[in-house]
Ligand binder design. Sequence first.
Ligand SMILES: [Fe+2]
Ligand SMILES: [Fe+2]
Length: 210
Amino acid sequence: MNRAPYEDAEFDKEIYQIFRDFFNLAEKKRRWSLEHDIPWDKCSKNLNPAIADLVESFCAVELFLPDYLSSMLPGLRSSRGAAWFMCNWGYEESKHSLALGDWLLKSGMRTDEQFDDVQRMCVQHEWKPPMDSPLGMACYTTAQELATAISYRRLAAHFTPQDDPCLHRLLELITIDERAHFGFYRKMVALHLRYDRRGTLEQLRRVLNN
Ligand SMILES: [Fe+2]
Ligand SMILES: [Fe+2]
């Protein structure tokens, strides 16, 4: 089957269902509050500065969120499931960048001025999507979300929960979100494979080889 999936009503209906399942599960099990679910009072001031450097670089990646949304949403706006997922995804990713930034400031690892510089640097250069189609981006984001989840989990493994209960909890919550994002995209890619196997395999090959 080789149709333009995003204009296919059946395809769109299936994406919408994947999105609703994702959304319902998130509402039931995964929602967390930046203010109430992170033990900010247990933020350590003595963690290895190398960990703060990593937190800053992860935060910088999350700070490109407006570019991610503005470049990916236009190609998906005709698909309710895909477009509305992106809106929900944006909300979740925005919490990641807020939480990481707050930790850098509350731990004293960065001053307000230093963190302002990071934010300024991130808006100077616009992020450009590495793939040229919604299908290519779905394949790319699948790999990216998995890599991100693994990176956050590995970062948390560099210290014990007692070293910094705050950062530990925060990374735990973010990792769970990233795993859920990966789960959504994995289902999307499986759906694409059913509608356009050859085209999807070609995009996967490009992503995984680069
Ligand atoms: Fe994230
Ligand atoms: Fe994510």
